[in-house]
Structure formats: structure tokens, C-alpha cells
Ligand binder design. Structure first.
Ligand SMILES: NC(=O)c1ccc[n+]([C@@H]2O[C@H](COP(=O)([O-])OP(=O)(O)OC[C@H]3O[C@@H](n4cnc5c(N)ncnc54)[C@H](OP(=O)(O)O)[C@@H]3O)[C@@H](O)[C@H]2O)c1
Length: 258
């Protein structure tokens, strides 16, 4: 029996990189995608060595629709199956809406929302065939609590949560058996966060340890959180985990005040 296969976008850095390593540690072969192929190759070398798994590296600019839709057929050609699609790649352009160019708005929505939807479309038949097909979408607390100056980012994250709910209802209506989750974290130390914070200090407890967050992602992949299928899981701070918006906003208020 072949190993299950996970495809992870945004695997050159931050959360995507950590998710790819965790999938490999949990017995998956992995297909890893992003633009920076040097970083993907170094990840591939380390996880293939550590976990004796197959790793497929795929350079892709998710802003390019034609490139995006070619990945899944290549994954299927290489591995013959796809069990988990992890839509992790994202961009956060911190430009106030009234100054935003059309190009920047489109880039945010394409990378954060349209590319994930195209990947879901392409992956759907394989996920239906998988014993426990799953789509993980990395959202953000910005979906319910957007940062000033990050309006397009918040819009895109609300939209990916909409995608997650649509996958859930369409899977249920057709008996496809595809599980669907969105995980919406607060602050995890990555290049994106450091750039968005631009020197702002985080209050104590605000930073979510990477291994804690990736543990939640893996629990969704592996069925531990199937009662959250079709819902957003908010992680506002270290130790927080909730599907409840009011509870999450209270946790944020507690952290940040205001
Ligand atoms: N860190 C946080 O606190 C935080 C909080 C909430 C949500 N998130 C979400 O978590 C996800 C991962 O972010 P991160 O914090 O791990 O940031 P990161 O370290 O900057 O990683 C972003 C990833 O997205 C990929 N990416 C960006 N544009 C791309 C494009 N056009 N084509 C292909 N890949 C592209 C990057 O790869 P290349 O540059 O190599 O293409 C990189 O691997 C994002 O969706 C982000 O919105 C993060």
C-alpha cells in the first residue's frame, strides 16, 4: 500500500515549511510548492533524509493561473494519489485600501484565494478517491479582526473561509467525503509576521509557538478534529483554540486591550 500524499503550498518558508515537515514526520509523501525552489530543495533534502519519504519539489508562482493548475496533475503523475491539500501560501500587502493599486489588490486575492480554489478544483477527483481526503486552508484572525492598513488581506482571508465552507457543503451534498478546515492564527514568528509588525512588540503570550499551531493542522489532517469539519478554528494566542468568534475576540481583547 502506498503512503498517503500531502501537497503543501507556501512550503519554502514559515508555516508551510513546518507543515510539510510535520506531514513527512507523520508518514506522508509530500509535494512542496512555492516560487523559491532553492528553499524547497533544502527542505526536501532535510525531510527526505529525516523521514525516509518521497518529496516532490515544484516551483510555482500562484499568481499565474496556468502554472497553478498544472501542479496537481504532476503530483498525480508522480505519486498516483493525493490525500491532503494544504493551502498555506499567502501574501500580506499592508497598504491602506485608499492607496491600494488594482494590481496589488488582485495579487492578494489571486494568491490567497483564487489559487487555492483552483487547486481545490484540480484536486477534487483525487481527494474523493482518497480514503480520508482533506483540504486545509490557512486563514488568519484578520478575517474577523482586520489590521488597519491590511484590508485586502482581511478580505482574502474571509474569502478562503468561504471556500472552506463551500467545500464542506458540496462534499456533503455529493457524498465526496472530503473534509475541509480553515485555521485562523494570530501571530506566529515568520518572515511575513515580522514584516507586517514592522517593529511593533507583541504582548506576552501573543506569539503562538509554531509546533503548537502545526500540531492543530496535523490533528485536522488526521481526523482528531473532525467535529470541526466545515468550520474555522481560531488560534488567538498560545494555548487558545476555538471555533467561537466571541470567545476569540475576548482572547484578543485580553491580549491587546483597546
Ligand atoms: N505568521 C503569522 O503570524 C500568520 C498569521 C495569520 C495567517 N498567516 C498565514 O499563514 C500563511 C503562511 O504565512 P507565513 O507566516 O508562513 O509567511 P511566510 O514565511 O512569508 O511564507 C509565505 C509563503 O507563501 C509563499 N508565496 C507567497 N506568494 C507566492 C506566490 N505568488 N506563489 C507561490 N507561493 C507564494 C512563499 O513562497 P515563495 O516566496 O517562495 O513563493 C512562502 O512560502 C499565509 O497564508 C498567511 O496569510 C500567517
Amino acid at each position: 500500500m502506498s503512503r498517503p500524499v500531502a501537497m503543501i503550498t507556501g512550503a519554502s518558508s514559515g508555516i508551510g515549511r513546518a507543515c510539510a515537515a510535520e506531514c513527512a514526520r507523520n508518514g506522508f509523501d509530500v509535494a512542496i510548492a512555492a516560487r523559491r525552489t532553492d528553499d524547497l530543495e533544502s527542505l526536501a533534502e532535510s525531510i527526505a533524509g529525516d523521514h525516509d519519504c518521497q518529496v516532490m519539489v515544484r516551483g510555482v508562482d500562484l499568481h499565474d493561473h496556468e502554472e497553478t493548475v498544472r501542479i496537481v496533475p504532476e503530483v498525480l503523475e508522480r505519486f498516483g494519489r493525493l490525500d491532503a491539500l494544504l493551502n498555506v501560501a499567502g501574501v500580506a500587502d499592508m497598504t491602506p485600501l485608499h492607496e491600494m493599486s488594482l494590481g496589488s489588490l488582485q495579487r492578494t486575492l489571486v494568491v490567497n484565494t483564487i489559487a487555492p480554489a483552483l487547486l481545490v478544483r484540480e484536486a477534487w477527483p483525487a481527494l474523493v478517491k482518497a480514503p480520508r481526503g482533506v483540504v486545509i486552508n490557512i486563514s488568519s484572525l484578520a478575517s474577523i479582526d482586520p489590521l488597519p492598513g491590511g484590508g485586502a488581506y482581511g478580505m482574502s482571508k474571509s474569502a478562503i473561509e468561504g471556500l472552506m465552507r463551500s467545500i464542506h457543503v458540496e462534499s456533503a451534498a455529493s457524498g465526496a467525503g472530503i473534509r475541509s478546515f480553515a485555521l485562523a492564527p494570530g501571530c506566529i514568528d515568520t518572515p511575513m509576521l515580522r514584516s507586517a509588525l514592522d517593529g511593533i512588540e507583541l504582548p506576552d503570550g501573543a506569539e503562538i509557538p509554531m509546533d503548537e499551531f502545526v500540531g492543530h493542522v496535523m490533528d485536522c489532517v488526521q481526523g482528531v478534529h473532525d467535529d470541526f469539519d466545515g468550520q474555522t478554528i481560531f488560534v488567538a494566542r498560545e494555548g487558545h483554540f476555538s471555533r467561537d468568534v466571541a470567545d476569540t475576540k475576548a482572547a484578543l481583547q485580553d491580549l491587546w486591550g483597546g
